[in-house]
Design a protein around this ligand. Structure first.
Ligand SMILES: Nc1nc2c(ncn2[C@@H]2O[C@H](COP(=O)(O)OP(=O)(O)OP(=O)(O)O)[C@@H](O)[C@H]2O)c(=O)[nH]1
Ligand SMILES: [Mg+2]
Length: 292
């Protein structure tokens, strides 16, 4: 079977996935994907609905996972690193109130950094071949395609950048981040969901661990422009859809000198506090782009 025939077959059999609102949260191991998804859930329950009483939202699937992560944060501990091949199925339902209000579900699979690497990085193949490879990654016997196919058809991409590595690693990391973008471009081109060859799907750039920045007042976009210039330019070049920058953090324990004690591993501050207003902004942006 040719690559084109394989893609054709995938498109035909994966019809149900194409109708799902998958949000692909992407970033290497340790960038903060699990913390981000957990705090999104916390922000829905504790802040977002207060600000938007016209909406209803709740987790529909994945509650035990979210509760375990949340309890761990409350106890001062960060959640464990996500294991390869574990994609906790997290589904939220959101709808307006009133008889005519429409409703939607969105899925936020929490993948491991290793799975992100396998899915998005590597330059050896491009185009349809790359998409076929992703659709066959760690495929479960008897299934027509891999669970990773959600990323091919995702309705939104959320790309995480770790602020604690801004000055040390961003310059070199941007090559891989740009690769992730071209992979998304391949996904969209192969499945005929691109806009003149450019990505039309909304992309959020989320800067995590903003508490590690000396100056938190510089806008996220300016930081990306300054410390990841090539990635920023690639994004401008190949993305034609809605785009927004966010900067988030969770407060961590600090000593009297206001330094993070690194000998014991970073602990979460008690009581739990984080940039919840940014999370509610993000949720609104998501709502506007997926349901709006
Ligand atoms: N200072 C600070 N550290 C954070 C923050 N968020 C996450 N971290 C640290 O980053 C680590 C990794 O966060 P995770 O959310 O587990 O990262 P991940 O992207 O899910 O990583 P994998 O599961 O390995 O792919 C945590 O264990 C914390 O040590 C934050 O807002 N501030
Ligand atoms: Mg994780």
């Amino acid at each position: 079977m040719s690559v084109q025939e394989k893609i054709g077959l995938i498109i035909k059999t994966a019809e149900s996935i194409q109708n799902e609102n998958n949000v692909a949260v992407l970033g290497p191991s340790g960038t903060g994907k699990t913390v981000f998804i957990t705090l999104l859930s916390h922000a829905i329950d504790n802040h977002f609905l207060d600000e938007h009483p016209e909406l209803r939202a709740h987790p529909k699937d994945g509650r035990p996972f979210l509760e375990a992560c949340e309890n761990s944060l409350r106890d001062g501990e960060f959640p464990e690193r996500t294991l390869q091949l574990s994609r906790d199925k997290i589904i939220f339902e959101m709808r307006g109130t009133g008889a005519t209000a429409s409703s939607m579900e969105f899925k936020l699979p929490d993948i491991s950094g290793e799975d992100y690497k396998k899915m998005c990085l590597g330059e050896e193949i491009r185009g349809d071949e790359r998409v076929v490879k992703v659709c066959q990654l760690d495929i479960v016997k008897g299934k027509p395609y891999s669970e990773m196919i959600y990323a091919v058809y995702a309705k939104m991409y959320v790309i995480l950048l770790d602020c604690s590595k801004m000055k040390t690693d961003w310059e070199k990391d941007q090559t891989q981040y740009s690769q992730a973008l071209t992979t998304i471009q391949d996904f969209k081109k192969s499945t005929n969901t691109s806009k003149n060859g450019r990505i039309g799907t909304p992309i959020a750039i989320v800067l995590t661990k903003a508490d590690s920045l000396e100056d938190r007042d510089v806008p996220a976009k300016d930081l990306v422009k300054k410390y990841m210039r090539r990635f920023y330019n690639t994004l401008e070049d190949i993305h034609d859809g809605e785009r927004e920058y966010f900067m988030v953090h969770i407060d961590v324990q600090r000593n009297r000198e206001n330094e993070v004690d690194s000998t014991e591993g970073t602990k979460v501050a008690k009581p739990l506090s984080y940039s919840h207003h940014v999370y509610t902004k993000f949720l609104w942006w998501l709502h506007e782009n997926l349901l709006g």
